[in-house]
Design a protein around this ligand. Sequence first.
Ligand SMILES: [Zn+2]
Length: 310
Amino acid sequence: MNYIFAVDLGGTTVKMGIFNKDKEILEKWEIPTRTIEGGKYILPDIAASFDEHMDMHRLSRTDVIGIGIGVPGPVDASGVVNKCVNLGWGVFNIVKTMWDLTGLPVKAGNDATLAALGETRMGSGMGYTNTLMVTLGTGVGGGIIINNNVVHGSTGSAGEIGHICVNQLEEDTCSCGKKGCLEQYASATGLVRCYKKLSAHEKAASTLSELEKVEAKDIFDAAKFGDEIANKLVDQCCMYLGQALAAVACVTNPEAILIGGGVSRAGSILPERIQPYFEKYAFHACRKVDFKLATLGNDAGICGAASLFL
Ligand SMILES: [Zn+2]
């Protein structure tokens, strides 16, 4: 009983890893996510891949403590998945299904929540016991760790920071069907959306207008070089992030806020610009928070999944 299997399930690839009890990754690999026919092949594919890699490492089932799985959708503490649109899944118990396939103990959680756990136990949040992680990618996700434990919530949706309403005047609709969600301003797609809206009626010259296709990275790069339009967009993004994170901090009172996801590759500009807004909006007793960039990158998910058994 020395090894843990970890899975981070995404819409196009499944990241997998084998960890030992000392939190070291023995091996990590990826397989494609087969979403056809309601995603019915996804879990059998994962089980078969683990069997293959168990053979490669000459492991038997008795060497394995369990399988931790991060799912891109809501999962409650008992393992009930409440629909994953991008996998084609409906409502079912992933812990039970995976146990039936492998005969191994299984624990599951939302992918952003597990990324927060991984980053807290093995990455930039090491040494903290109360953290809040915000993941800025195609969307905006989040995870809450309190007293070193994951907060799942009653339906597995705790930490859905991206869908906090930050602008009641917004007219465009978010992917969730609401209007004015944080994700509409602070995700990679949200930033580009804001750029398109602003550039349509903005007179100031911008280096961004020379680009054929503007991506979130271009906006941050231009902002670092003093571009006025890009700075307006980054400032709006960081203001809404500061506002939403201050609201969450009033509830969970974290010691550290960890910023991860693809957009966080923009670097220190993010914490530097978010923190002043956070401090402006946060309750005085929740204001003293360390802002840190996540360090595990794409491994945060499997590190968190493994942490469910550590
Ligand atoms: Zn939303």
